[in-house]
Design a binder for this molecule. Structure first.
Ligand code: ATP
Ligand code: ATP
Ligand code: CA
Length: 218
């Protein structure tokens, strides 16, 4: 059986999640207090209902605990977001993901039992900052406070050089996970594989090592 999702709050974030899940073929229940927003999802989500998620009985009557994963995407109203999350926890929902506005909000959400807290604006800000600071960084994924995965464009400094020649693992403690050249993707690069100007390489490593490597080679 396909997983069943519920998304509470159809602002920009909740809308985007609802659309993406629906496009992937999952069943999605879309919930918002705002009737206009709910109407926009009538033909996109499996079900779209007008409801106030802070009302315990409303959540119960929607059978919210039967959903595999509930996403709380109530943005600006932190109080509603916390109250809704608390009730989802109390009703025993298996996976609860909540969008946080700030670090305090995140702390409270985790304390009351949210399983995952996301900060889309903050994370996107970090990714975009990396992208505009260095023209060679295409994308950036933070793994932890210390480690990341980055997508870099190879330039003339590495053109025609093999991984063994560049010795990235020894010098920067960075590992090349994949090399993209046009449509071709090499997902297990060998030491003898050569980089060319314009290749896109995906590298995993510590932030400071990646930065050093970026400055010296990209
Ligand atoms: P985003 O920050 O995700 O880009 P946004 O800033 O438009 O979007 P908000 O307006 O803060 O987001 O809230 C998202 C949605 O949550 C709104 O559509 C709002 O109507 C809905 N919402 C707020 N409180 C509740 C509630 N108690 N129950 C259900 N939906 C709610
Ligand atoms: P080790 O793998 O432990 O570094 P090694 O010398 O046996 O030791 P090889 O796989 O033969 O490793 O590769 C030689 C060198 O080439 C590595 O030390 C590393 O610097 C570089 N290298 C090879 N593959 C990669 C990769 N995917 N990412 C980064 N560097 C690589
Ligand atoms: Ca917002």
């Amino acid at each position: 059986m396909k997983k069943q999702f519920a998304v509470i709050g159809l602002g920009r974030f909740g809308s985007s999640i609802t659309k993406a899940l629906s496009r992937e073929g999952f069943e999605v229940l879309a919930i918002d207090v705002n009737e206009e927003k709910v109407n926009q999802f009538a033909s996109i989500a499996t079900h779209a209902v007008v409801a106030d998620a802070t009302e315990e009985n409303t959540l119960k009557s929607l059978g919210i605990r039967n959903f595999d994963h509930v996403v709380v995407a109530i943005g600006d109203n932190i109080q509603s977001s916390i109250l809704t999350t608390l009730m989802l926890v109390e009703q025993g929902v298996n996976h609860i993901t909540v969008k946080a506005q700030n670090d305090y909000h995140e702390k409270v959400l985790l304390k009351i039992g949210a399983h995952k807290v996301v900060h889309p604006e903050r994370d996107m800000g970090i990714r975009i900052a990396h992208n505009i600071v260095s023209k060679n960084v295409l994308d950036y994924l933070e793994l932890s406070d210390e480690y990341s995965i980055v997508e870099l464009v190879a330039g003339m400094k590495v053109d025609g050089r093999s991984l063994i020649d560049l010795d990235l693992r020894a010098i920067y403690e960075c590992n090349v996970m994949a090399i993209k050249r046009g449509e071709e993707v090499n997902v297990s690069p060998a030491p003898k594989d050569i980089l060319y100007d314009g290749d896109i390489i995906i590298v995993i490593g510590a932030d400071e090592d990646i930065t050093r490597m970026e400055e010296e080679l990209f």
